[in-house]
Design a protein around this ligand. Structure first.
Ligand SMILES: Cc1cc2nc3c(=O)[nH]c(=O)nc-3n(C[C@H](O)[C@H](O)[C@H](O)COP(=O)(O)OP(=O)(O)OC[C@H]3O[C@@H](n4cnc5c(N)ncnc54)[C@H](O)[C@@H]3O)c2cc1C
Ligand code: FES
Length: 240
């Protein structure tokens, strides 16, 4: 991980509240599941975002960000060629396993799933991406199936059975991730989840993003930013 300076290659609004930001920099290797943390001027903490695509030939990575507060408002006002400072690459990449995979993205959780789909396709690993959005104007394109309105979880058990799914990957709010882990367990298959937690340092120092993991029957303390953001679903100890 190191500090990079990059430039805005392109920025566009792709749904009612989400922007696609492409940054060109010296970062020459990043994989799905990993994230970058962007410096926002006059703010103490960087803002973490999953990498949603990477063009290695041109050294351009993409993030999709949803408007939330001051940091994302600042990003939405960037113009082509503006300078951007960020820490990267952060976190673990997804394990790419040669199994018939279901990818589930809830809302902006689709961002890392799009990159994962691209990497699985490059390795000819069979996959199916389903995503869910609250309304039609929030839809982000790129899925094999899109659920609008209802919960994306409603269809998962049926898809797992109908498509003989052997592995699930997911990113989204905690309630969806926990639901995915329960469905995976009930179907006796593995799942990997990309978890979001409020972050301060993004580099494993402040313990602000602490979680508990169960490894070899022992509960260990871990950090989402360092030990995640992609985690083995069965290891996560869910707490309120
Ligand atoms: C590993 C990881 C990957 C993420 N990937 C994406 C992504 O691909 N697209 C996207 O739109 N958002 C993503 N998020 C959430 C994103 O970081 C927050 O929406 C963003 O930091 C909000 O900043 P803000 O200044 O606009 O909002 P504010 O609410 O003003 O932020 C205030 C503080 O809270 C933190 N914060 C607020 N919400 C979150 C959150 N959900 N997770 C972590 N920190 C938060 C901010 O970093 C900041 O320090 C990700 C978060 C994590 C941890
Ligand atoms: S955000 Fe500081 S340890 Fe994870």
């Amino acid at each position: 991980m190191k500090n990079y300076k990059g430039y805005v290659e392109n920025i566009e609004k792709i749904s009612s509240n989400v922007y696609k930001l492409e940054i060109v920099s010296d970062l020459n290797c990043v994989h799905s599941g990993q994230f970058v943390s962007i410096l926002i001027p006059n703010k103490t903490f960087h803002r973490p975002f999953s990498v949603s695509d990477f063009d290695a030939d041109n050294k351009i990575f993409t993030i999709l960000f949803k408007l939330k507060g001051d940091g994302t408002k600042y990003l939405s006002e960037l113009k082509i060629n503006d300078k951007v400072e960020f820490l990267a690459p952060l976190g673990n990449k997804f394990n790419l396993i040669n199994k018939n995979s279901l990818l589930v993205g809830a809302g902006i959780g689709i961002a890392p799933m799009l990159f994962l789909k691209k990497e699985l396709n490059q390795k000819n690993i069979k996959n199916y991406l389903i995503s869910g959005f609250k309304s039609k104007d929030e839809v982000i394109k790129g899925s094999d199936e899109t659920v609008i309105g209802g919960s994306v979880l409603d269809n998962i058990d049926k898809i797992v059975k109908d498509k003989n799914i052997e592995l699930i990957y997911s990113c989204g709010p905690k309630i969806v991730l926990k639901g995915i882990c329960d469905i995976a367990k009930a179907n006796n298959i593995d799942c990997f989840i990309a978890m979001e937690k409020l972050m301060a340092c993004s580099i494993g120092v402040c313990r602000g993003c602490a979680i508990k993991l169960r490894k070899n029957n022992e509960i260990i303390r871990a950090s989402v930013c360092k030990d995640g953001a992609s985690l083995r679903g069965e290891e996560v100890v869910w707490e309120d």
